[in-house]
Design a protein around this ligand. Structure first.
Ligand code: ZN
Length: 148
């Protein structure tokens, strides 16, 4: 993967993890261009198959493209940053300490990527330190980019 492609992925995501919305600029860990469909399953180093991802999301997702929804007990696709609309699958609880899955995809992704409870501290800090005034502002700002 070229530096140019990696930088385009980073810019499209506005330096946020496309799964949990952690911001790269206040993270201690490196972010990377993650293969939505992993190379081992035929995914290419192409712009539309890459998502900017924090270390935690990338680590927990690994090569998975599906996970179990504990409510329906069915195996479903993980959230796909290029095809799925984030707010259609997730919402924050009132104090931004937990993500709530609104769909089987949302619940399975939260489960697989272990987004609750401790992983979200960084995302929560984004709002508390004034970088973002609300979840909605961040989602709205990134939505045009992830609705492709
Ligand atoms: Zn993340």
């Amino acid at each position: 993967m070229t530096d140019s492609l990696r930088n385009e992925v980073r810019k499209r995501a506005m330096h946020c993890c496309e799964y949990c919305f952690a911001q790269e600029m206040i993270s201690h860990d490196p972010f990377s261009a993650e293969h939505i469909i992993p190379s081992s399953k035929g995914g290419k180093d192409e712009f539309d198959n890459l998502a900017w991802s924090c270390l935690g999301c990338n680590y927990h997702k690994f090569t998975a493209t599906t996970a179990i929804d504990l409510v329906s007990e069915e195996i479903v696709n993980l959230f796909h940053p290029r095809k799925d609309v984030w707010a259609g699958h997730f919402k924050w609880n009132e104090d931004y300490t937990q993500l709530i899955g609104l769909s089987a995809i949302g619940r399975a992704t939260i489960n697989r990527l272990k987004l609750n409870p401790n992983r979200l501290d960084q995302s929560k800090a984004n709002f508390e330190d004034g970088r973002e005034t609300s979840t909605e502002s961040l989602i709205v700002s990134i939505f045009p980019l992830i609705q492709i």
